[in-house]
Design a binder for this molecule. Structure first.
Ligand code: PMP
Length: 430
């Protein structure tokens, strides 16, 4: 495969951008080789600067749930562009999208728009602290909530992929207020709560984590967290930046029937534009300025172009709930296909799957938390990643990520993905 243009751009980029990329995992360091520079994307495909096509299994890390460059989103963005790109003032569209979000997401009675998932989680814990008058938060080991200081402690996703789960630059003062627990372990939470009685403002987690690879909550786990948080007056925050509008119109909280006090959102909410949001119970959200004392603001928040894209996306998903059946079918065909091929070839690896998210872990152990996720053979994953890329399938360049499927994946493309998987598995075990 000729990737000369990507190589040229990467060499040039390193002179002007740290590591040549604007987000660490993009540099492909964990999987070897050099990153592809992407020229355009359409439907189920990415095209690099040499016009090589790749079947997409990340979809911009989640947002492109209907595939890339969807005509409906494109039309909404182009229409909005005719009216100006930013006003820094209220608009009708942001009211419409706020109302739609409150309708779709069970826990959200009021919502504030921000520009990224990072901003959403940073703001949510500030509000939870202001609301409860307490300082500490509980976070799960291996979960990722963006790059806010409080979360770069035992962080998953790119942070763990780059070997930097605890980032320098986070002060000891900040770190001491972040308490850590393994996922899927209610007893660990009970213990933290016992030792920090009346000091914990919030418990934040990815209800279905994707940032240590995809891991499924054990039966009763989310319900158990809800009970503990009720009892201890802890604000339960579901970070649904990945799962929101993906696992169900109302995200993981709808799927599992557990309603948190606050929810953080991103990715799909912007239809591919830079958007995040946080919301929750009225009594908590009314603590946010200007109705309350907790300050949070943004020059570009509620940006009219981003809101137009988001409205088109969320409006479609709200009007077409059958989309979730289609996504589940696609997820089922790919993950079951992978399991079947692995079995035929005699490889015992764990496949984790829910709806349109899945991960193939290169370990035979069941993956229930970060400890078990870490038993994966990451070097073998790197070889698999390269083998799939050679066959025109673009995966997340890390073992510790979920893949995100789109409705653009036809049966024919699924067959191509599975064939690439079979060939890659044979090649990497030679
Ligand atoms: N929370 C979760 C669960 C995420 O997966 C991510 C990003 N992948 C974030 C927060 C941060 O979002 P952003 O990259 O938009 O800042």
């Amino acid at each position: 495969m000729n990737i000369s243009e990507s190589k040229r751009l990467f060499a040039h980029a390193q002179q002007f951008i740290p590591g040549g990329v604007n987000s660490p995992v993009r540099a492909f360091r964990a999987v070897g080789g050099e990153p592809l520079f992407i020229k355009r994307a359409d439907g189920a495909f990415l095209f690099d600067e040499n016009d090589n096509p790749f079947i997409e299994l990340i979809n911009s890390w989640g947002p492109m749930i209907l595939g890339h460059n969807h005509p409906m989103i494109r039309k909404a963005v182009i229409q909005a562009m005719h009216e100006g790109t930013s006003f820094g003032a209220p608009t009708a569209r942001e009211v419409e999208i706020a109302e739609l979000i409150t309708k779709m997401v069970p826990s959200v009675e009021k919502v504030r728009m921000v520009n990224s998932g990072t901003e959403a989680t940073m703001s949510a814990i500030r509000v939870a602290r202001g609301f409860t008058g307490k300082d500490k938060i509980i976070k799960m080991i291996g979960h990722y909530h963006g790059h806010g200081d409080s979360f770069l402690i035992a962080a998953g996703s790119g942070a763990v992929t780059m070997g930097q789960p605890d980032s320098p630059g986070v002060t000891a003062g900040t770190a001491k207020d972040t308490l850590l627990a393994p996922y899927n372990d209610l007893e660990a939470i009970e213990e933290l709560v016992r030792f920090n009685k009346d000091e914990i403002a919030a418990l934040i987690l990815e209800p279905v984590p994707g940032n240590m690879g995809l891991v499924i909550p054990m039966p009763g786990y989310l319900e158990g967290l809800r009970e503990i948080c009720n009892r201890e007056r802890i604000v339960l925050i579901f970070d649904e930046v990945m799962t929101g509008f993906r696992l169900a119109p109302g995200g993981a909280q709808e799927l599992y029937g557990v309603t948190p006090d606050m929810t953080t959102l991103g990715k799909i909410i912007g239809g591919g534009m830079p958007v995040g949001a946080y919301g929750g119970k009225k009594e908590i959200m009314d603590f946010v300025s200007p109705s309350g004392p907790v300050y949070q603001a943004g020059t570009l928040s509620g940006n009219p172009i981003a809101m137009a894209a988001g409205l088109a996306m969320l409006g479609f998903l709200n009007d077409h709930p059958e989309t979730y059946g289609v996504l589940n079918q696609i997820g089922m065909k790919i993950s079951e296909g992978i399991k079947k091929i692995n079995l035929e070839l005699g490889y015992d690896y764990t496949v984790s799957h829910l709806g349109s998210m899945y991960s193939l872990f290169f370990t035979p152990e069941p993956v229930v938390d970060f400890e078990s996720a870490k038993t994966s053979d990451t070097a073998l994953f790197g070889k698999y990643f390269q083998a799939m890329l050679q066959r025109g399938v673009y995966l997340a360049p890390s073992q510790f990520e979920s893949l995100f499927l789109s409705t653009a994946l036809t049966d024919e493309l699924i067959d191509r993905i599975l064939e690439a998987h079979r060939e890659s598995m044979i090649e990497i075990h030679k």
